[in-house]
Design a protein around this ligand. Structure first.
Ligand SMILES: [Fe+2]
Length: 222
């Protein structure tokens, strides 16, 4: 866990940390990232997305009812202040122990209350030689939640996509890294802004980056 500046013990409750989620077979996830619905709320058809919400109590995930995703314009100038709706994650994905382990790792690391809602965004960013893709078209931003987890699932034929954290929008990043498959970056959203660089293919072919982005609270409502 990182400690910045002169933060006191209290302030230091949680800033950001990078961990590897062990005993995860990432191959289990592959089939669930193909043929996902396109995110219709941004320009271009390069981002596909599903979204579900859960609580994690003890060793179990409880799936919560379908809801609408809402961020304020302040947090998301591109698509803030509108209700967004995405298809739920596939039931067969949710049933995988490997999936459960990621959500529990997030919940444990952030010491979430058992009733805290966790939103899980399943996202694929695709790129081609003519079309480099921007995972965060809203720019350097905060999500408007408490905790964020970014779990990198798979990088297929891509370069770029470094994830950055900043203490303020116009500062240099305090963290910059390509998140390798299996790595989970945990971020206190109150303390940091985040961004990911555009991705482009390594060869003259399609490329893609698959991630789960977890947030608590979920920012979903009925
Ligand atoms: Fe974000």
């Amino acid at each position: 866990m990182q400690k910045l500046g002169t933060a006191t013990e209290l302030e230091y409750a949680f800033l950001f940390t990078l961990r590897k989620v062990n005993s995860i077979n990432l191959e289990d996830f592959k089939q669930f990232f193909s043929n996902m619905p396109i995110d219709p709320y941004i320009k271009g058809k390069y981002r596909s997305r599903r979204l579900s919400r859960f609580t994690a109590s003890g060793n179990e995930l409880v799936k919560l009812p379908h809801g609408y995703f809402f961020q304020s314009k302040e947090h998301n100038p591109l698509v803030g202040d509108i209700k967004r709706e995405f298809a739920e994650l596939d039931d067969a994905l949710i049933e995988l122990d490997t999936f459960k382990n990621i959500v529990l790792a997030f919940s444990d690391s952030c010491k979430l209350h058992p009733e805290a809602e966790i939103g899980v965004h399943q996202i694929r960013i695709s790129c081609s030689p003519d079309n480099f893709s921007n995972p965060a078209p809203e720019g350097i931003h905060q999500d408007g939640t408490d905790f964020i987890g970014i779990f990198s699932v798979h990088r297929d034929n891509i370069q770029g996509g470094e994830t950055h954290l900043y203490t303020a929008k116009r500062q240099k990043p305090v963290f910059s890294k390509v998140l390798n498959p299996g790595e989970l970056l945990l971020v206190n959203d109150h303390e940091f802004f985040h961004f990911a660089n555009p991705i482009k293919p390594q060869t003259e072919a399609q490329g893609s980056w698959d991630v789960f982005v977890l947030t608590s609270p979920s920012l979903l409502s009925e």
